[in-house]
Design a protein around this ligand. Structure first.
Ligand SMILES: [Zn+2]
Length: 297
């Protein structure tokens, strides 16, 4: 099973309840922002991480502030100090991937060689953490940085961004540099829909991602003006998990090995509701019932 980015848009649901819910529906890890700017009132990312670890959820990727991304191009120490502070934090909690953006907007400044040298020396001082740069709207700086070939400077492949910003070529081009991924769907805009809601052939992408050693996290957000209720939250998380488990990966990986499954959604629902088995027959209770009532009985 994969992870899910903590959805703290539900302002009145305590983080402990959110995390318990992710665990209950089957997610194995969480991702989250490690910056106060992105925190709800009275919540603290360090406490969230401690609680996740306590209840057995892994934290394999965290995200730093993306709003300051163009500062990567400024010849000052400020941005690098920020990155180093966050790297130290990741090291402390043994978090493998620190996700950041190499630019913001469609026409960002270009990163210069001097900054790139400083970035490499910083990465070298924290070999246990990947500086995982995510594909965004403009990927000029991203490619420059990936082409440095520093082992712990990696790609965080975001399948929704790749669809919205026509950059799915990055998947093959930098396949051996991907250390983590963000999964969501859309119809060409950066909407972060559930996997079942969009036009991305995400099965194909997930097949590729599953063939490499990569930490995958759903990064899905509810629609605007969603109800701030516990019911809606649980329902949303369950749908996120269902989309993933029943229509994709787990079944194929654990039961059908190399065979791709292309079953109708209704069939998945029958398996899920335990009315049919994975092998396609009715479950034993249903079978007994069925034999009694068939036309020869
Ligand atoms: Zn993302």
């Amino acid at each position: 099973m994969i992870g899910i980015y903590d959805i703290n848009d539900f302002k009145n649901i305590d983080f402990k309840i959110r995390l318990e819910t992710y665990k209950k529906v089957g997610f194995s890890s969480i991702g989250l922002y490690i910056d106060d700017k992105y925190m709800n009132k009275n919540e603290n990312y360090e406490n969230i991480i401690k609680f996740a670890i306590k209840i057995g959820l892994q934290v394999n990727q965290v995200h730093v502030d993306y709003k300051i991304s163009n500062e990567i191009c400024e010849n000052t120490q400020k941005y690098l100090d920020y990155v180093e502070e966050k790297l130290l934090f990741c090291k402390k909690y043994e978090i493998k991937n620190m996700v950041l953006h190499a630019s913001k907007g469609s026409n960002p400044p270009k990163v210069n060689d001097d900054q790139l040298k400083k970035l490499i020396s910083l990465a070298k001082r924290y070999p246990e953490v990947n500086l995982s740069f995510e594909n965004v709207r403009n990927n000029y700086n991203l490619e420059k940085i990936l082409n440095l070939n520093q082992p712990n400077i990696t790609l965080c492949y975001d399948i929704g961004h790749a669809n919205a910003y026509n950059s799915s070529y990055l998947l093959n081009k930098y396949k051996n540099k991907i250390s983590c991924a963000h999964l969501h769907n859309n119809y060409g805009n950066d909407d972060h829909n559930l996997l079942s809601n969009g036009n991305i052939n995400y099965r194909k992408v997930i097949n590729i991602l599953s063939s490499i050693n990569c930490d995958c996290c759903l990064e899905v957000f509810p629609d605007k003006n969603f109800p701030q209720t516990m019911d809606f939250f649980v329902n949303f998380i369950s749908r996120a998990s269902d989309d993933y488990i029943w229509r994709n990966w787990t079944i194929r990986k654990t039961n059908f090995k190399n065979h791709a499954l292309n079953l109708q959604p209704t069939y998945f629902n029958l398996i899920k509701n335990k009315e049919k088995t994975l092998e396609g027959r009715l479950n034993d209770e249903k079978r007994k019932h069925y034999v009694k009532k068939d036309k020869y009985g």
